[in-house]
Design a protein around this ligand. Structure first.
Ligand SMILES: [Mn+2]
Length: 156
């Protein structure tokens, strides 16, 4: 199992959120102490909670070997509780994607990583949030970061 956090990490339509913070994730993995009870760390979903320190959360649970899947997405705040999804680039959103990928490389993460959500760009018509072109750009970007971080470590 690899539970995905609530998206967004804020109450919406009167529905309570039960998996939105580091404390919630901790509670869930402590319910069954097994690597089979693991997490999907969705960086964009967690980042939508203003108090969530996403790199800290990712590093903590990766080091515990309780992360099976990483959804890499970036967001930008436009108000205290208002945000929108951006490109995956560090320079476009609040998350430092280099720092997140470095946590994975430094801890020899063996789970899955994928770009999460994509905008519709270049006149693409697709299901909202799942633009193929934007996700393909993100895939190459993330791969480039991972390659550069890995190569730098070997050559250091
Ligand atoms: Mn996700």
């Amino acid at each position: 199992m690899a539970i995905h956090p609530d998206d967004p990490a804020q109450n919406i339509f009167g529905l309570p959120r039960i998996c939105k913070s580091e404390a919630d994730l901790e509670r869930i993995i402590e319910m069954v102490d097994s690597p089979m009870n693991s997490l999907t760390i969705c960086t964009g979903s967690l980042a939508s909670g203003p108090d969530n320190d996403v790199p800290k959360i990712l590093e903590r649970f990766v080091k515990m070997n309780r992360v099976a899947f990483v959804h890499a997405r970036n967001i930008k705040y436009t108000g205290q509780y208002d945000f929108h999804e951006t490109s995956h680039l560090s320079c476009d959103g609040k998350l430092d994607m280099y720092a997140l990928m470095k946590i994975l490389v430094d801890n020899e993460f063996k789970g899955y990583v994928r770009p999460d959500h994509g905008r519709n760009i270049w006149n693409e018509v697709s299901m909202p949030g799942y633009g193929l072109y934007d996700r393909a750009l993100a895939e190459e970007y993330l791969y480039g970061l991972i390659e550069a971080i890995t190569r730098h470590k070997k050559e250091a």
